[in-house]
Design a protein around this ligand. Structure first.
Ligand code: ADP
Length: 150
């Protein structure tokens, strides 16, 4: 049976840290769906459609990678795509605390869904989308943090 994992996040922007998790996830899963959570009431810093294109570019249109947007519970999205796994990255204990409760809730909402965590590669552990946005806002060079050219 095909193993499909959802990799959910805001990806505002998608960074080298995210790419690392997806590439390593490809050793575990046949297909990874990168799902950009999009709340219509919240404005993004980087445009959604542009980010979809950038992510596709970052994976060179790899057939094992799909990029979608969603505006619903991740647990329901997984059911829709018949995905039994949720892929997440763990940078530190703060991520762990947060991810722990999210995983519990997701399991409760969709008992077939297993959360799988990969420990961040140390060279990317410092990268946070929020900080990358801040650096960009004030004119700094963020190219070292992104797997595509803006
Ligand atoms: P959210 O918006 O849900 O906080 P993000 O979009 O920032 O999440 O990230 C999505 C997933 O990628 C999360 O599992 C997060 O832990 C992971 N992640 C974020 N930054 C990194 C990084 N630098 N290295 C590895 N994983 C990361």
């Amino acid at each position: 049976m095909k193993k499909t994992a959802i990799f959910p996040g805001s990806f505002d922007p998608f960074t080298n840290g995210h790419q690392d998790i997806v590439l390593r996830g490809l050793n575990l899963f046949d297909e990874i769906i990168i799902a950009i959570g999009h709340n219509t009431k919240k404005t993004r810093y980087f445009k959604l459609n542009a980010m979809i294109d950038y992510i596709r570019m970052a994976f060179d249109n790899n057939p094992g990678i799909n990029v979608i947007t969603y505006n619903e519970l991740t647990a329901s999205l997984a059911k829709k795509y018949d995905a039994k796994f949720l892929l997440r990255g763990l940078r530190n204990t703060t991520d762990f605390e947060y991810e722990n409760s999210i995983a519990e809730i997701n399991k409760h909402l969709n008992p077939d869904l297993e959360s799988v965590f990969l420990i961040t590669s140390p060279e990317y552990a410092f990268i946070r989308s929020s900080i990358v946005r801040e650096v960009h806002l004030y004119g700094g060079d963020i190219s070292d943090y992104l797997p595509y050219a803006l």
